[in-house]
Design a protein around this ligand. Structure first.
Ligand code: ADP
Length: 495
């Protein structure tokens, strides 16, 4: 069993309470790691370390190139340790090895792209005239609290650390209490490469105390959060105490729209990828499938046949398609939703049960409901499990109306052979990302985030970087003659 300490001000330390907690492998419930359970006092220490590193350290003063090089070093180290990180991510989060390989690869790659952003100049001169020069300056916001969930433990850590560091901020990262291993492995990397002390602090602990302190401390300037909408709302309230800047990437109930002119085989594969990837535990999962009535029967039949072939099993094995969900609690929550689907008169086409084959793992069979009412819970609430809700539509207008009839607005997809038609639909969808004949695909240079209750702000791309800067307007006078100032006649005595 691995044991980890808190990483504060460049050192590994124990919790002030000496309490610990463990994490288990969701495949077999074996204990895999032990962590220090940070207290509010420990959170305060980490915050003051980040505050001191920002106010008095070198980090915000060093050149963009130097910052970029530091970030590249972390990326290189992730690549160097990739096999170990992949294995740990599988054990800690129940991620299939295929997903874990992609996550580790993308973490290093995303970090490399953030290192490029670190060396970019976001400042510019505007409105130059004879009377003055105007500049837009970008400065780091200060101390950033980063609070992340359990579905993509390493990748989420990188999505927060990368832009925060690239912009010159200092950070306190709190991973989910369910999946803290990869964040603490990152801490080992920061320690090993002698990353400037206090710039990154990583503490393991629980949301209600440590997370709350990170969100509410007046010494923190920004909170970047990924997780449920419920907690996102709480974070926003807590952050209001000193008007912290916030980036919230929260829940989703994304509509996957298949038109009657779609390439059906591709749309079926895409639909399975959209909902069953990582057991549906993705904020952008395609959890509502909107099927045109003309293709409904054929699509559903083939989708069910293909779903039967998904291989549930040990996430370590390369051939496994469906691993366990993260925890017993999550498994029970998903089972409640399945019952609610049955009670709502939706038709359970396949799945709906826990797997008998692996009684110690938190498995849920890939599950498909047809005849779903868009007003029902399984169409409106984020389940975060391998549960697909299918709704039939007749016209494109109806599909758009159903897709938009959601409190969420994270993503949507359209499967059609007519790009122009899809483009027209995409403009009417109130979501942050639309995929045409694709799903889950994010770009390092394109913003990702939600409309409505899916969040505030964006990650990735220039928009994502700007979330980590303060913007300063700088005006330099060129008139240089007090009598020619436009305000000369306004209030100043003519002496
Ligand atoms: P998920 O359902 O994906 O676990 P949560 O929103 O519950 O999402 O948790 C995401 C992150 O938010 C975790 O790191 C968790 O510890 C943290 N968290 C949970 N509750 C709070 C809270 N009250 N204040 C701050 N952070 C919290």
């Amino acid at each position: 069993m691995r044991e980890y300490q808190l990483f504060v001000n460049g050192e590994f330390v124990n919790s002030s309470s000496k309490e610990t907690f463990t994490s288990i492998n969701p495949f077999n419930q074996e204990v895999i790691a032990k962590f220090q359970k940070a207290t509010v006092e420990d959170a305060k220490m980490a915050i003051s370390s980040a505050r001191n590193a920002f106010d008095n350290g070198e980090w915000k003063k060093i050149s963009r190139e130097e910052r970029s090089n530091w970030i590249k070093k972390i990326s290189d180290k992730i690549n160097e340790n990739k096999t170990e990180l992949e294995g740990l991510e599988v054990e800690d989060s129940g991620s299939t090895i295929r997903k874990a390989k992609e996550d580790v690869f993308l973490s290093a790659k995303n970090l490399y792209s953030f290192s490029k952003y670190a060396s970019m100049d976001f400042e510019k001169e505007i409105n130059a005239s004879k009377t003055g020069k105007n500049f837009i300056l970008r400065e780091p916001i200060g101390v950033v609290s980063a609070i992340i969930p359990w579905n993509f433990p390493l990748k989420m850590a990188i999505w927060k650390l990368g832009p925060a560091l690239a912009a010159g901020n200092t950070v306190i990262l709190k991973p989910s209490e369910l999946t803290s291993v990869s964040a603490m492995e990152l801490a080992k990397i920061f320690h090993e490469i002698n990353f400037p002390k206090g710039v990154i602090n990583i503490i393991t602990g629980f949301g209600e105390d440590v997370g709350s302190e990170l969100a509410s401390s007046k010494l923190v300037d920004k909170v970047s959060f990924t997780g449920s909408t419920e907690i996102g709302k709480k974070i926003m309230q807590m952050a209001s105490c000193n008007l912290k800047k916030i980036t919230l990437e929260c829940g989703g109930k994304s509509a996957n729209i298949v038109l009657d002119d779609a390439d059906l085989e591709m749309a079926i594969d895409g639909t399975m990828y959209a909902i069953f990837y990582h057991q549906g535990q993705c904020c952008e999962a395609g959890s509502r499938l909107l099927l045109h009535e003309k293709i409904y029967d054929e699509f559903l039949f083939k989708l069910i046949e293909k779903t039967k072939k998904l291989k549930i099993g040990n996430p370590k094995n390369l051939e496994t398609d469906i691993g366990p969900v993260i925890s017993k609690k999550q498994q029970e929550k998903i089972l409640h939703y399945i019952q609610s689907g049955i009670d709502s008169n939706a038709k359970l086409e396949i799945g709906g049960k826990i797997s008998q084959e692996f009684p110690n793992g938190f498995f849920i069979e890939p599950t498909i409901f047809s005849n779903v009412n868009n007003k029902s819970k399984i169409a409106q609430e984020e389940i975060f499990g391998p549960i697909l809700s299918i709704i039939k539509f007749k016209t494109i207008e109806e599909a758009i109306q159903i897709a938009n009839d959601s409190t969420y607005g994270l993503a949507a997809g359209i499967w059609s052979s007519d790009d122009e038609k899809s483009l027209n639909i995409s403009k009417q969808l109130r979501v942050g990302t639309v995929w045409i004949n694709e799903w889950h695909l994010l770009s390092e240079s394109a913003p990702f985030g939600g409309y409505k209750e899916s969040g505030i702000g964006r990650e990735f791309g220039e928009d994502g970087m700007l979330e980590y800067f303060e913007t300063k307007h700088l005006h330099i006078d060129l008139i240089k003659d007090r009598k020619k100032k436009f305000w000369y006649d306004t209030v100043v005595p003519k002496t």
